[in-house]
Design a protein around this ligand. Structure first.
Ligand code: SAM
Length: 318
């Protein structure tokens, strides 16, 4: 397939992720009053193991992100790479935990869709207006820039363009910055994701990167997952980096990051606050415990820090 078609299939993954999140939210796995404004309700129920997998994914990323916000006293920036229709900005606004500025980057067509939803739905636009002050807010079909929230249309494989656009919207390289990539890097070649990770390590001297994606793709279950994904999305260019926890960690260390860790989601699931885990385990009966275990063993979260300001970032963990 030609590259454009393959990018189109990658863009469709953001709809998939948010439809699954919305379904899990509707069952009660975690609260998110905003996701319903971005995507439709799923036509069919999602399997309980899928919902638990999304629960673990969302909790894991939130825990690491919230720990960074706490260490920096919110005097920091967040950059969500391949943010899709993610609703974290609104969650943080409700908790009174907004960073100095929250940036999102995705392909221009996804950004246009997100901006359209924001413009037409007051529950989405009001929190942005409420956190804005000063000059007029910039909003057109391909970018939105307010004091605390900014969405930029850019291709993460074109780093000079990405940097130029973020700086145009007042990215401050001196501020502690956390970059989040949730199911994004696997769609880029190993060279492209390595360059992005290295760019991030060089651009900021106090920073953290959080990456969630597939792991252990070399075994039988992993190969079936890859085949399934490839049937729907033409380009899983980064799958080689998803062979092991060590390759995930190694990619961070060899591209300028310190204190890198990588855990599979089975391990993360057992480290999440267990009261809440017990609560969600009562929501739906899970027949296929082994399937959930296999699924959790094939996703991981990796993270790394660079602590120029000695904020104790290396201690962030589960
Ligand atoms: N992070 C969101 C979440 O977890 O809900 C969305 C995940 S979705 C699986 C992957 C997202 O990455 C899509 O929105 C896609 O458009 C974006 N993406 C992938 N490659 C990209 C690239 N080269 N440049 C910009 N965005 C990209």
């Amino acid at each position: 397939r030609c590259p454009d078609e393959s990018d189109e299939a990658v863009r469709a993954t953001c709809e998939d992720a948010s439809v699954c999140k919305r379904f899990a939210v509707s069952v009660g796995y975690w609260p998110d009053p905003y996701i319903q404004h971005f995507v439709r309700q799923a036509k069919e129920r999602k399997a309980p193991e899928i919902n638990r997998g999304y629960y673990a994914r969302v909790q894991a990323v939130n825990l690491l992100l919230d720990a960074f916000l706490e260490r920096t006293g919110c005097n920091c920036q967040v950059i969500s790479l391949g943010a899709g229709l993610d609703t974290t900005f609104w969650r943080l606004k409700d908790k009174n935990r907004l960073p100095r500025k929250y940036f999102e980057v995705d392909f221009p067509t996804i950004v246009a869709r997100k901006i359209h939803s924001i413009k037409s739905k007051p529950p989405l636009s009001k929190p942005i207006m409420d956190s804005h002050s000063g000059q007029s807010l910039l909003i057109n079909s391909h970018s939105l820039d307010s004091c605390r929230y900014c969405i930029v249309g850019a291709d993460l494989r074109n780093l000079p363009d990405l940097e130029e656009k973020l700086k145009k919207f007042n990215l401050e390289t001196q501020l502690p910055t956390v970059l989040v990539a949730e199911c994004v890097l696997v769609y880029m070649s190993p060279e492209q994701s390595a360059s992005l990770i290295k760019w991030a390590a060089c651009a900021f001297h106090t920073a953290m990167i959080i990456n969630y994606e597939q792991v252990n793709m070399g075994d039988r279950f992993g190969q079936i997952m890859v085949e399934n994904l490839q049937r729907r999305h033409c380009n899983l260019a980064g799958v080689e980096t998803c062979q092991s926890l060590e390759s995930q960690r190694g990619r961070l260390v060899s591209n300028g990051w310190e204190n890198a860790s990588a855990l599979d989601m089975m391990k993360v699931y057992s480290s999440l606050p267990q009261d809440d885990v017990r609560r969600i385990e009562k929501l739906e009966f899970l027949d296929e415990k082994e399937l959930l275990e296999q699924l959790l063993l094939h996703y991981c979260v990796s993270w790394a820090t660079k602590d120029g300001q000695n904020l104790g970032l290396a201690e962030i963990s589960f």
